[in-house]
Each structure stands twice: as structure tokens, then as C-alpha cells.
Design a binder for this molecule. Structure first.
Ligand code: BES
Ligand code: MN
Ligand code: ZN
Length: 500
């Protein structure tokens, strides 16, 4: 897939050569020794005629008409050099590969060094390119009888760089792995709910375990009953599909210490249960296992890159359905932790399955917890569809998650959980907790409820209800599932250092 070469020579033959150009300094100044003189002259003309733009988020593809061994040049406009951010560069690479793909070209060359700035090293450029390449060309084939003929895809990439070869190659590959794992999560989320049950998720986990030598444990309903996972079981009561508690373990250290626990909401379909969703808001609830998908995606990266960390991934999974046996508002249930819960809304099911998920992750030795969940419509109202809502019981650990999210440009934003918020989830008259005490600030109520099960373990809750899907196509992929938080969770694990 990737070939790395040192210097681009005019004789090199390529379908398309990609070059980054800035508004300032002078567009082609950094290319003078790279392209031949005739071409240089032409470029200046094309540029003043507006055929080549250096404005950010533009791609200008021009044929070289036999003037070069390269058939086409793709100029990627990057704006002012000092202002270029890695986020814009990632998206620009996305735009670039999408433009090349649209022309049905299958081989790309790139002058990597033309994208380097003071703030963005050649290594970073390489990883952003690898990541964007995987992300931008993702598509979910779907199930139409007259499917599109299998598309031609870019399958050969030649990278020219004066940078250190091994470093660039590793960064390129790591970026590509990040992108591919995100795509795996996207596919899980895009898959219709009749084709992706809890059993299917469990089988998916087994495949991951086999591929990456993870330890795997799948609890079935009977085992859950014996262990007392009353919260997950309550949500499953109205379903004909058996629930699964899925555990994957990766041990990258000698001892099973400083264990990071990832807990993903694995509701394969959310009708709301007896607190039934209105017909319009039910559509799309196949994405309610987006948290699980993010955790699986992160584990895929862990399996590929094998960092020196310990990770336990826990996915409590079921659908939330209605039948004569379904749980109902007013029920009181006992969670795995022993805490009792008054159910006031069966549509607040995510926090119930996560309650048992968090407790189970702790039983498996998790010392730090991150849960990821499409938990509340409230977070969309509060933060929109481009920010993941975060809550925590530990500022220090949150700082680490925040740093990771800044690396991947998956924006997260902290919402508070106050003592009064905690009192609200504890205010049930007949049980320890109420699963849906208030319509006010209900993203926070969700977080506060889950926090009761994290207890004193450093914990961050990520509500991805808004960010798990996107309405329109963009530079890094089509509409539908985004695979949000795959990269942030993986980056957290890769860079994690326990606090002293
Ligand atoms: N799965 C939903 C949240 C959701 C909403 C995800 C929109 C994706 C898009 C969750 O289980 C839910 O139903 N939440 C309720 C919580 C309420 C009952 C406290 C909500 O957001 O209305
Ligand atoms: Mn719900
Ligand atoms: Zn839900």
C-alpha cells in the first residue's frame, strides 16, 4: 500500500502527484528545485488565472500535458502557513483523496514535506495523511439489489520525503490503523439492528480476541442471573434476544495494575421500552451501540499497536424492547453493585446497562474508567452534534482524556455534576437511586447516575448521542456513523501514564 521514497525526480512517473501550497509564503517557493522550469512557468500563469488555489480547503487538480512524468498535479491549498492546524490538514487530506478517488485514479504520489510547518512535523503529517486516507474513502455498501459495482479504490501510495524513513513509515501506518479501526466502528453502527444483535456483537468480540490474542469472556443470561446483573437483565426483559456481557482483556504490562477500563453502551436497538419513544425519534436507534463500537474500535488499535498498557473492555449488550415481560416504570431492580434502582423511565436504559458494566469492569480490576454511550438527547440540545459531552469525578483523569481528544480533534466538553445533581439521582423514596429523576439537565442526570457506580474510581463519562452520527457527507467520510471516540480512546491508552 505505502511506498516511501526519498527525493521526487522529474522523471518519476505517476498518475497524480499531490503537493501542499500555502498562501504565504509565496505559493511555489518551496518547490523550485522539485519541478522542472517549464512547469514552474506554467504554474505561475495557472495560479494567477485562478486555476490553482492556495486557499485553505481547496484542491486543484491540473493535467501536465506531457510536460512531466507525472500526469496530473494535485495542489492542496492550505491557507497561511502559520495558521495551519492539524485538524484542517487532516480534512484537507480527506478532500484530496476524495477528489482523486472521484477521478477513479488508483495510485497517488505525495510530496509529504510540502505539508510540513513549524507546528506540524513530518511525522505528524504522515500520520494525519494515513488517517485521513482511511477515513475519507470509507463507505457502507448497504443492501440494494443493484449494488454499485465494486468501486476502484486507491491502492498504491508513494510518499516522497527527506524525513527519517522508519519514523515516517511508522507514523503513516499508525495513522492508517487509526482510520481503519474508526471505519470498523462506523460499519458496526451503520449495520441494521436485525442484522446486529447482542449475539452478533459477542461474536465480533470473539473474532477480535482471536485476531489479537485478547482474553475474552462472554456472559450469557444464566450467568448474569447468577452474578446478579439485575440492571442489564431488566432492560433485556422485554426482548426475545438474549443479552450478552462482553469482556475483552489486553495485558501489555507484566502485572495487572493501572488497568484502564473502557465500558461501551451496547444497546443494539432502543425502542424506549414501555416508556416508548415517539415514532419519529425511534428511527435511527440502531446507532445506540455506538459506545460499544467505539470501544471495539479502540481495542482494534490496541491489538495492532500493542502498547505497554493494561486494558479491560466491557460491553453490556441487549436491545430495549416491549413484550408482556418487559420491565416497566415503577419497577425496582437490584444492580450488580447491590444498589437498588427505581425505574421511572424505561427509556433511560443506557445508564442501567452501564451501571452493571462499570461494576463488572471494576470487578475485573479496572483502576480507571471511561464509559462511552449514546446516552441522552439532552447532550445534543446542550452541545450540538459536533461536541461530545463529558462528565467526571476526577479532574486529573479528565485532563488526560481531554489531551487525547485534542490530539485526535474529536472535541469533548465538560459538563458539571454537582452535589445537588447527585442528590437528585439519590432521591427515590423506595430505592437507592432513581434512573430518571428530572427532565432538567438530563444529560447531567445520566452522568450523575452512572457516577454512582464508578464510586471512587477515577472515571470519565462520554455522551456521544450527538457525535456518533452525522447528517451530511464531509471531507472525512459519508453521512451516517462517525466512529467517534475510537481514536480518542486509543490515544488515551497509548499515551496513558498513571498519576503518582
Ligand atoms: N438512546 C437514547 C439517547 C439518544 C437520543 C441517542 C438521540 C441518540 C440520539 C437514550 O437511551 C434515551 O432514550 N435517552 C433519553 C433519556 C431520558 C429518558 C432521561 C432521552 O434522551 O430522551
Ligand atoms: Mn433510551
Ligand atoms: Zn438508548
Amino acid at each position: 500500500m505505502f511506498t516511501i521514497e526519498k527525493t521526487y525526480k522529474k522523471e518519476n512517473v505517476a498518475e497524480v502527484l499531490s503537493i501542499g501550497i500555502f498562501e504565504e509564503p509565496e505559493k511555489f517557493s518551496h518547490l523550485e528545485d522539485k519541478l522542472d522550469e517549464v512547469l514552474q512557468e506554467q504554474l505561475k500563469e495557472l495560479s494567477s488565472a485562478g486555476d490553482i488555489s492556495s486557499k485553505k480547503r481547496t484542491v486543484s487538480i491540473i493535467p501536465t500535458l506531457g510536460l512531466s512524468g507525472t500526469k496530473r498535479l494535485a495542489f492542496v491549498g492550505l491557507g497561511k502557513k502559520k495558521k495551519l492546524t492539524k485538524e484542517v490538514l487532516r480534512e484537507s487530506f480527506g478532500k484530496l483523496v476524495q477528489s482523486i478517488h472521484r477521478k477513479k485514479l488508483t495510485a497517488v504520489s505525495i510530496l509529504l514535506d510540502s505539508f510540513v510547518t513549524e507546528a506540524i512535523s513530518v511525522e505528524k503529517v504522515a500520520s494525519l495523511f494515513g488517517e485521513a486516507f482511511a477515513l475519507a474513502l470509507y463507505n457502507f455498501p448497504g443492501y440494494k439489489q443493484r449494488a454499485n459495482i465494486p468501486e476502484t479504490k486507491i491502492n498504491a501510495i508513494t510518499v516522497y520525503t527527506e524525513g527519517e524513513r522508519d519514523t515516517v513509515e511508522q507514523a503513516l501506518k499508525a495513522g492508517y490503523i487509526y482510520g481503519c479501526a474508526t471505519n470498523s466502528a462506523r460499519t458496526l453502527v451503520n449495520t441494521p439492528p436485525n442484522l446486529l444483535t447482542s449475539t452478533d456483537l459477542a461474536n465480533y468480540a470473539k473474532e477480535l480476541a482471536e485476531r489479537y490474542q485478547f482474553e475474552v469472556e462472554i456472559l450469557d443470561k444464566q450467568e448474569m442471573i447468577e452474578l446478579g446483573m439485575g440492571a442489564l437483565l431488566a432492560v433485556n426483559q422485554g426482548s426475545d434476544e438474549p443479552p450478552k456481557m462482553i469482556v475483552l482483556k489486553y495485558q501489555g504490562k507484566e502485572e495487572w495494575t493501572d488497568v484502564i477500563g473502557l465500558v461501551g453502551k451496547g444497546i443494539t436497538y432502543d425502542t424506549g421500552g414501555y416508556s416508548l419513544k415517539p415514532r419519529v425519534s425511534m428511527v435511527g436507534m440502531k446507532t445506540d451501540m455506538g459506545g460499544a463500537a467505539a470501544v471495539f474500535g479502540a481495542m482494534e488499535i490496541v491489538g495492532e499497536l500493542r502498547p505497554k498498557q493494561n486494558v479491560v473492555a466491557v460491553i453490556p449488550s441487549t436491545d430495549n424492547m416491549v413484550n408482556g415481560k418487559g420491565f416497566k416504570p415503577d419497577d425496582v431492580i437490584t444492580s450488580l453493585s447491590g444498589k437498588t434502582i427505581e425505574v421511572t423511565n424505561t427509556d433511560a436504559e443506557g445508564r442501567l446497562v452501564l451501571a452493571d458494566g462499570l461494576t463488572y469492569a471494576k470487578q475485573h480490576g479496572a483502576n480507571y474508567l471511561v464509559d462511552v454511550a449514546t446516552l441522552t438527547g439532552g447532550v445534543i440540545t446542550a452541545l450540538g452534534s459536533d461536541k461530545t459531552g463529558a462528565m467526571t469525578n476526577n479532574e486529573d483523569f479528565y485532563g488526560k482524556v481531554l489531551e487525547a481528544s485534542k490530539e485526535t480533534d474529536e472535541m469533548i466538553w465538560l459538563l458539571p455534576i454537582t452535589e445537588k445533581d447527585k442528590e437528585k439521582v439519590r432521591k427515590s423514596k423506595i430505592a437507592d437511586l432513581d434512573n430518571s429523576p428530572s427532565r432538567e439537565g438530563h444529560a447531567i442526570m445520566g452522568g450523575a447516575f452512572i457516577g454512582e457506580f464508578a464510586e471512587n474510581t477515577p472515571w470519565v463519562h462520554l455522551d456521544i448521542a450527538g457525535t456518533a452520527t452525522v447528517n451530511g457527507a464531509h471531507d472525512l467520510g459519508p453521512s451516517g456513523a462517525t466512529g467517534v471516540m475510537v481514536r480518542t480512546l486509543a490515544k488515551l491508552i497509548e499515551t496513558f501514564e498513571p498519576s503518582k
